[in-house]
Write a protein that binds this ligand. Sequence first.
Ligand SMILES: Nc1nc2c(ncn2[C@@H]2O[C@H](COP(=O)(O)OP(=O)(O)OP(=O)(O)O)[C@@H](O)[C@H]2O)c(=O)[nH]1
Ligand SMILES: [Mg+2]
Length: 219
Amino acid sequence: MYHLMKGLYLYATSKEEYSILLLGLDNAGKTTLLEQIKAIFSASLHPNLKTVPTVGQNVSTITLPDLYLKIWDVGGQHSLRGLWQSYYASCHAIVFVIDSSDVGDADLAKLAEIRPDEEVDGRLQECRMVLEDVLQNEDTEGVPLLVLANKQDREDCVEVVRIKEGLVRKVFEGEKGGSVRDSRVLPCSALTGTGVKEAVDWLCSRVKWNKEARPPVMR
Ligand SMILES: Nc1nc2c(ncn2[C@@H]2O[C@H](COP(=O)(O)OP(=O)(O)OP(=O)(O)O)[C@@H](O)[C@H]2O)c(=O)[nH]1
Ligand SMILES: [Mg+2]
């Protein structure tokens, strides 16, 4: 009887937990974003915005009224990207963070015109190849994708619509865009917190929507 009651109690008080994976090139702002999310969703906390390049991973769980989000922030340096794939099978959504001030204006216009198989140089092409690589992996099939055009507070940033048209749409239209999935491109500033709540809201709605394909863990 005790075990039955305990089981019922645990069932009634448990919540769904979804894992969110933060990806993107080095210096994109993933760790800053994680710090900002932690601060926004636990009111008493001040964000620690003095980040250092991540070697390995940071993980934090935030508690929302109806679910937990377990957020994994991994290092984006070239040598660390090989580790990303070990997170794919267990994540419920991917956030791909882009530094909107590290995408030359001219390059972006050029990217909108190039064919998917054409070679271009630079950070933007690196971003595109890395995103394609993530989407092509069979373990990310059908996983909702949020692309965040970060650092929108900087004067030299590229507008979100240009990132959407020039980069993300090209990736999805190309052969390497992977399977059909829920996706969205949103502007944000991890540093000031602008757009961060909207990003988390989108993630919550999409992981719930996709829960039959990727069931949550009960906690
Ligand atoms: N202006 C501005 N700077 C930002 C923003 N987000 C991050 N930064 C800065 O960008 C730099 C890199 O931020 P991180 O969060 O450490 O970047 P990361 O993606 O975690 O980098 P890795 O751990 O190397 O993969 C830091 O100096 C941050 O303060 C933003 O929204 N606006
Ligand atoms: Mg980091």
